[in-house]
Design a protein around this ligand. Structure first.
Ligand code: UD1
Ligand code: CA
Length: 504
């Protein structure tokens, strides 16, 4: 169960929804962005993704998303996250009412109530929408609007009620009287209504308002004038209804969403040392008794098993962290970290990394497309790319899997219980057999049979006296002379340079 889900979501509706309509064609001018507003992200989903996820469990027969501004990008995104949803083009942004009318034209045969939502309310929960729809059905309304009592209603549509508490109208702030502006009950931009009644009133909308747009909110007053039963349902948690119109609101919604996710995780038994600096996407899963240290970001489809300790200062995107594993100050994407394995500090695990149980990827190690077997270790300063490493192997410090010849990538295979000496260059494609060793500093270009010791480096030659002759007067030469003087005093004599020294 992801943190945003709850068992209350499972209660059935008395009559299934005919359609869900999401209004997502608006420019989002206040975001001041080249990205369409509904594609801005928080907590692992786009604004649009959050709205669709809230509505999805209600199981509507059809889902329609009105697109316009940034249409191509929104349609592409929609195809990825909700391929069953139908994008409908509102060519000109003539207001939310016009958008709703365009959407309903695309689904002429709707059977059952229509749920209409703004595309920019990322904190909306299924539970809240379900309560709205159930209350709508219980009361026998033709239209029911979701509302909330908020501290600061600035910029939002106000809910006008009569003396008996009945909902009469929704008035946009810019069109409101001073008295109406005092109202703190606001329109959430979430409506459920009878399809025919919505179609009829949407067709009657004018644009006689401050923005010269057709407001979907005006259908409420039209239905009231017809004498049709309408209602308003207050959201249990006023945060649910908050929209997102500029970057400040985006940051605020992200913080609220994160607070909710962390809260649910802590209640379920996860230790979060510093909730202020820990960020967990709604799509991630963290098991009880895992520990998240400060500065940790758990993103995408990441799962963290019980007893694992992640952080401080770690980012995991689409990773799997096994039971009791530890990941310290590292950046990991599409990596699988086995049970009791350790990663970091300062490791970079790229896609396709699979670290076996009890294995280790240590400081300043980068891995990519690398299967590292149970108990195998890459402790320091190495690059492991396009490799398979057996179990119980040790890869010495500063080893490089030389996988790229400038044109293509090649594979390296390392057997079980292998000991790769420090600073080995493994020039792929190459295989090192089970139990083999490589000497430190070797450049391995041919396969090493099981149990062999591969030495691939030139023998060392010491050119005696070179510094005294070629670097005379330097601190190094003085140090060398002093050492030679001490050796002479000890009766060991001076080490003479070979006569034919041509070293530079
Ligand atoms: C809207 C409501 C307001 C409510 C608030 C809640 C109207 C007129 N007002 O105001 O009462 O309190 O939401 O957040 O609806 N859209 C289109 N096509 C258009 C215009 C808008 O698809 O031509 C979409 C937008 O993408 C957005 C939604 O309709 O998802 C609402 O539009 P927006 O401009 O954000 O309305 P608000 O001023 O926030
Ligand atoms: Ca809005």
């Amino acid at each position: 169960m992801t943190p945003q889900e709850s068992t209350a979501d499972a209660a059935p509706l008395s009559m299934p929804l005919g359609a869900v309509v999401v209004l997502a064609a608006g420019q989002g001018t206040r975001m001041r962005s080249s990205t369409p507003k509904v594609l801005h992200e928080l907590g692992g989903r786009s604004l649009l993704g959050h709205v669709l996820a809230a509505a999805a469990p209600l199981g509507a027969a059809a889902t329609v998303v009105v697109v316009g501004a940034g249409r191509e990008a929104v349609e592409q995104h929609l195809a990825a996250i909700a391929p069953d949803a139908l994008p409908v083009l509102q060519a000109e942004q003539r207001g939310s009412g016009h958008a709703a009318a365009v959407a309903l034209e695309a689904v002429p045969e709707v059977d059952g109530p229509v749920l209409l939502l703004n595309g920019d309310a990322p904190l909306l929960r299924t539970e809240t929408v379900r309560t709205l729809v159930s209350e709508h059905q219980r009361a026998g309304n033709v239209l029911t609007v979701l509302t909330a009592d908020v501290h600061d209603p600035t910029g939002l549509g106000r809910i006008v009620r009569d003396d008996a508490g009945g909902v009469r109208a929704i008035v946009e702030e810019r069109d409101a009287t001073d008295a109406q502006r005092q109202i703190r009950e606001i329109n959430a931009g979430v409506y459920v209504g009878d399809a025919a009644a919505m179609r009829r009133t949407l067709a009657q909308l004018g644009s006689d308002n401050d923005q010269g747009e057709q407001y979907v909110t005006d259908i409420l007053a039209l239905l009231v004038a017809e004498g049709a039963p309408v209602g308003g349902v207050r959201a249990g948690d006023p945060d649910d209804v908050l929209g997102c119109n500029d970057r400040r609101e985006l940051a605020a919604r992200r913080r609220t969403l994160n607070d909710r996710v962390l809260d649910a995780l802590m209640v379920s038994g996860v230790t979060i040392v510093d909730p202020q600096t820990t960020w967990v996407d709604v799509t991630a899963e963290v098991a009880p008794d895992a520990v998240l240290q400060p500065g940790t970001q758990v993103q995408g489809a990441t799962t963290i098993a019980s007893g694992a300790v992640v952080g401080p200062d770690t980012t995991l995107l689409d990773c799997e962290v096994g039971e009791g594993a530890s990941v310290v100050r590292s950046h990991c994407q599409l990596a699988v970290i086995g049970a009791r394995a350790t990663v970091g500090p300062f490791s970079y695990l790229r896609p396709g990394t699979e670290l076996g149980a009890g294995g280790k990827i240590g400081a300043y190690v980068e891995t990519k497309n690398a299967q590292i077997g149970e108990g195998s270790k890459v402790p320091h300063l190495s690059y492991v790319g396009d490799a398979t490493i057996g179990r119980g192997a040790n890869i010495g410090a500063a080893t490089v899997f030389v996988n790229y010849d400038g044109v293509a990538k090649h594979q390296t295979t390392i057997g079980d219980e292998v000991r790769i000496g420090s600073d080995t260059m493994l020039v792929a494609p190459v295989t090192v057999g089970d139990g083999a060793y490589t000497a430190a500093g070797s450049v391995i270009t041919v396969d090493v049979p099981p149990g062999a010791m591969a030495v691939a480096r030139s023998p060392q030659r010491n050119v005696a006296g070179w510094v005294r002759r070629r670097r005379s007067g330097t601190p190094a030469a003085r140090a060398a002379e002093a050492a030679e003087g001490r050796a002479e005093a000890d009766g060991k004599g001076r080490t003479e340079a070979p006569a034919a020294d041509t070293e530079q």
